[in-house]
Design a binder for this molecule. Structure first.
Ligand SMILES: Nc1nc2c(c(=O)[nH]1)N(C=O)[C@@H](CNc1ccc(C(=O)N[C@@H](CCC(=O)O)C(=O)O)cc1)CN2
Ligand SMILES: Nc1ncnc2c1ncn2[C@@H]1O[C@H](COP(=O)(O)OP(=O)(O)OP(=O)(O)O)[C@@H](O)[C@H]1O
Length: 196
């Protein structure tokens, strides 16, 4: 979907901030319109999940795409689950093991997460919440750099974006540290890269 091109006078951080605000509005309108369908685990991704595979998921904030159905399907295939754990902006994000009945705390950013002393996980698959994405599998996140740093720390993990289809744009601005996703899964389709 086309987004108005950033003005020539805008800096890249300004352009990204404008995109984030437009995409958050789209995401909110999509969810408020009601009847959001579940996002299923596509067959090509299920083929990477076996007994003991460590899948890092996330607990969606209000209007984020909901990965619960995918996480449940991963568990049925024998996967173990983990969730992100953050302390403050600029700090690294850890993935901590989590089962559906385990206790949660709320972090400084208002997101529920496992308790700090839960065992640390090394993810094989990282289900990644997105603000936006494009058909080249470039990703726009919240801007904290948490997932950029996590991708750099877990280079062998599959990077799987999860989003509502309305979050697709023509060209996400790419910066030197950005690592493209292996696939993006939406409620309508899966965009699959060459590496998966
Ligand atoms: N569900 C979920 N969990 C996640 C992330 C995420 O994007 N989604 N993260 C991905 O990095 C990490 C937390 N990172 C965050 C980075 C920035 C903001 C932030 O700027 N929040 C704004 C409000 C955003 C909004 O209105 O949607 C704020 O606090 O002002 C929040 C979380 C770890 N856990
Ligand atoms: N490997 C890394 N190590 C340290 N800092 C990094 C690394 N990758 C990115 N960063 C920093 O993190 C910030 C990421 O900003 P950017 O706008 O790309 O966020 P984003 O990719 O949208 O967000 P997120 O990764 O949180 O989903 C930048 O300030 C960048 O310098």
């Amino acid at each position: 979907m086309a987004v108005p091109p950033p003005s020539r006078h805008m800096t890249l951080p300004d352009a990204k901030a404008a995109l984030r605000s437009e995409l958050r509005a789209r995401r909110r309108a999509f969810v408020r319109a009601g009847d959001v369908p579940p996002i299923a685990l596509p067959e090509f991704l299920a083929a990477h999940i076996a007994e003991g595979t460590m899948v890092a998921g996330y607990l969606p904030q209000r209007f984020e795409a909901d990965p619960h159905a995918m996480m449940a399907q991963c568990r049925l295939l024998g996967a173990r689950l983990a969730l992100p754990h953050v302390t403050a902006m600029g700090q690294s994000m850890r993935f901590l093991c989590w089962r559906p009945d385990d206790p949660l705390e709320t972090n400084a950013l208002g997101i529920a997460q496992p308790l700090a002393d839960a065992p640390e996980a090394t993810p094989d698959v990282i289900l990644t919440p997105l603000i936006g994405f494009d058909d080249q599998l470039n990703r726009l996140g919240q801007g904290g750099g948490f997932y950029d740093r996590a991708f750099a720390a877990h280079r062998h993990a599959l990077r799987i974006g999860v989003a509502w289809s309305v979050q697709q744009i023509d060209g996400v601005p790419v910066e030197p540290w950005d690592m493209p996703l292996h696939a993006v899964i939406t409620e309508r389709e899966a965009i699959r890269g060459d590496g998966i």
